[in-house]
Design a protein around this ligand. Structure first.
Ligand SMILES: *[C@@H]1O[C@H](CO)[C@@H](O)[C@H](O)[C@H]1NC(C)=O
Ligand SMILES: *[C@@H]1O[C@H](CO)[C@@H](O)[C@H](O)[C@H]1NC(C)=O
Length: 221
């Protein structure tokens, strides 16, 4: 005999299933594939599809993650993207990847991905990683080769290589184009610039220090 409690359980399970099924980042697709026309004449959400007669296996292929990116830059990090812009076949599929290489001491500075959760798999080396939730609680851990860590969609996160050898990860995203916003650049290197008074008051510092940070993050001659 089905009781009210059983019915409640069934409805609860159905709701849980419904909620789970709507947790995706990019719009669901309506055909097998929709290989992106990357420079379309009209603006749409994502990209319009190439004619099926014009697509091939190469539209679903990318060799750009084979080699480490060069890390001889100020932050000691190189993010090599493998999203819809590099792999047009990803259009409407709701996933993408990246390879991130870190020199010893290399930092992927605090940033957010507005459209995707990220899962990193460590290829080599060891990293200290973390994200901060909306209660400003830090979730941090040291991860090494073969281990994975998750950065939930939209939350501030970073990775740093505190080790003495290079490190590398493969990152997976549930968006064809996750988007990246580096917090320091968004605040101090936007164009046009955010008013010094806004930043001075936000950080409880003088405008001279704001100027110094803007100069340090700005384009170098
Ligand atoms: C796709 O290309 C084929 C061959 O050129 C053409 O016959 C067909 O009309 C095209 N389809 C669309 C939707 O443009
Ligand atoms: C990342 O590495 C590639 C080569 O693998 C290089 O062309 C590019 O300039 C590097 N980017 C940065 C920010 O160093």
């Amino acid at each position: 005999m089905a009781t009210i409690r059983d019915l409640g359980l069934v409805i609860g399970l159905m709701m849980a299933f419904f909620m789970a099924s709507i947790v995706f980042a990019d719009p669901d697709m309506l055909q097998d594939v929709c290989v992106a026309i990357l420079k379309p004449a009209v603006a749409v959400n994502g990209f319009p599809c190439k004619n099926i007669t014009d697509i091939s296996a190469n539209n679903f292929f990318f060799a750009g993650l084979v080699k480490p990116g060069l890390t001889n830059n100020a932050l000691g990090v190189n993010v090599t993207q493998a999203n819809v812009n590099q792999i047009p076949g990803l259009n409407t599929l709701g996933v993408s990847m990246a390879r991130i290489d870190y020199a010893p001491g290399g930092l992927n500075p605090p940033h957010v991905h507005p459209r995707a959760t990220e899962i990193v798999f460590v290829l080599t080396g060891e990293l200290n990683v973390g994200f901060v939730n909306t209660d400003n609680k830090l979730f941090s851990k040291t991860i090494k080769a073969g281990e994975v860590f998750i950065f939930p969609r939209g939350l501030l996160h970073f990775q740093i290589n505190n080790g003495k050898v290079p490190a590398a990860v493969i990152a997976g995203f549930n968006s064809q184009f996750p988007g990246t916003q580096r917090v320091a650049d968004a605040l101090f290197a936007s164009s046009p610039k955010i008013d010094n008074g806004v930043l001075a008051k936000t950080f409880k510092i003088g405008t001279n220090l704001v100027e110094e940070i803007k100069f340090n993050l700005g384009p170098k001659m």
